[in-house]
Design a protein around this ligand. Structure first.
Ligand SMILES: NC(=O)c1ccc[n+]([C@@H]2O[C@H](COP(=O)([O-])OP(=O)(O)OC[C@H]3O[C@@H](n4cnc5c(N)ncnc54)[C@H](O)[C@@H]3O)[C@@H](O)[C@H]2O)c1
Length: 386
């Protein structure tokens, strides 16, 4: 398949590009380096420097022989989008190109508006471009488990059969997000669902949980091909953050009571989920939704797992309950369904002690680069700051 990866410079985009070429697909990547510029503006940086897309594609080509065309530009600009779709007509589009950080979206009005505009406009352009240039292509869109929030009933995979006064209908599962970023993902899903009904698009919307890890089969032994490893409060995801905190001898920052439970997955599983979704596509006129995670943990459980492995490696790894800057339930019911991707053939990589120790070892090799002041800066979600 010809696959366009939108957001190809990102934490997930770049590993996906290598993975899909290694599985026989022809891939092009698109990005405007938004994530890099937001990190610079907010004075945060990933643990190791990541070469730009031209450098990474050249290196990957020299190692693997696969050529990946690079398009640098803003997917909010229609002329650019149309040009990309004309020059690389896709069979599949993987849409990662959004502002993906909930804490960033809650930073202040400007960050909130950027998130809202960016995420909705990129999604709308993906829809319009697909309809205009490749109506049979399939869209694989990254949503988030955060769209559902933490309801007091079981979470289904995207849809809920409702019976009301003796009649029945299937609806999108009720969604109530906890941040503006997550709310933009709900709006994306609504846009996609509208155009699936109206234009018969074929869409898979992957409700993904927080991803951890940096090692994939394709980047093995090549540090220049590793993705971003952010450990700051704005752009880092929780397990990646705990790993770096353990190495930095910074008490693991459990927010509040730490009973917040979510579904997690290894970056290797993200790549397989996205590839499986592409290779076993949604039907025309279908919005297919999968819950994309492999295990659930509370924040306390994650902190304890990291602590146990870190201590066995000689780190202090204390755990500290810190004031929760977020607005969220710290203890709640959580039972999400997640069989769809397994049915497509996903073989999960679980969070073992070995996986954690490998990451700790990597972070420890770069310990001198850790900037502890990035770790916890209390971006409070209950007020509009700055
Ligand atoms: N990483 C996770 O744990 C996680 C969990 C659930 C969902 N997701 C979703 O998966 C997707 C990828 O996440 P990620 O962690 O790789 O994020 P990321 O920020 O590393 O990647 C997104 C990429 O899209 C690019 N981009 C954003 N807006 C753009 C625009 N207007 N034009 C061109 N490029 C643009 C960014 O520069 C960035 O490189 C996002 O949609 C995110 O919401 C991620």
């Amino acid at each position: 398949m010809n696959v366009l990866i939108l957001g190809g410079d990102g934490y997930l985009g770049w590993p996906t590009a290598m993975h899909l070429t290694a599985h026989g697909h022809s891939v092009a990547v698109v990005d405007n380096y938004l994530r890099r510029s937001l990190c610079r503006e907010e004075n945060v940086a990933p643990l190791i420097e990541v070469p730009n897309l031209h450098q990474r594609t050249a290196l990957w080509e020299s190692i693997s022989g696969y050529h990946i065309p690079v398009f640098i530009g803003d997917l909010k600009k229609w002329e650019f989008v149309a040009d990309v779709f004309r020059r690389f007509p896709p069979d599949g589009i993987i849409h990662y190109a959004e502002q993906p950080a909930a804490p960033y979206s809650m930073l202040n009005r400007q960050a909130g508006m950027l998130t809202l505009r960016n995420n909705l406009e990129t999604t709308a352009h993906v829809i319009f471009a697909t309809q205009q240039f490749c109506p049979n292509a399939q869209i694989v869109k990254l949503g988030t488990m955060g769209e559902y929030g933490t309801p007091n009933i079981d979470i289904e995979e995207g849809w809920l059969e409702v019976e009301h006064r003796g009649r029945q209908q299937k609806f999108l599962y009720p969604r109530q997000a906890g941040s503006l970023y997550h709310t933009t993902k709900i709006m994306d899903t609504d846009l996609l669902w509208f155009y699936v009904r109206t234009w018969g698009l074929r869409v898979t919307d992957l409700m993904q949980g927080p991803v951890y890890g940096i090692f994939t089969i394709e980047n093995h032994g090549h540090q220049e091909l590793y993705p971003f490893l952010n450990y700051d409060e704005l752009f880092g995801t929780v397990l990646n953050r705990f790993i770096v905190q353990a190495v930095a001898e910074y008490p693991l920052t459990v927010y509040g009571k730490g009973g917040q439970t979510r579904g997690y997955l290894n970056i290797k599983d993200t790549l397989n989920c996205v590839r499986l979704s592409l290779e076993k596509p949604a039907r025309k006129g279908e919005l297919r939704i999968f819950n994309q995670f492999t295990e659930t943990f509370s924040v306390n459980q994650l902190a304890q797992k990291v602590q146990q492995v870190a201590r066995s490696m000689g780190f202090k790894a204390d755990i500290a309950s810190v004031e929760n800057p977020r607005m969220e339930a710290e203890e709640h019911y959580y039972n999400p369904e997640h069989t769809g991707l397994m049915d497509l053939g996903l073989k999960p990589h679980y969070l073992t002690d070995e996986v954690i120790s490998e990451m700790i070892e990597f972070a420890n090799n770069h310990k001198e680069k850790i900037r502890s002041e990035q770790i916890y800066r209390k971006v409070r979600w209950d007020q509009n700051q700055r």
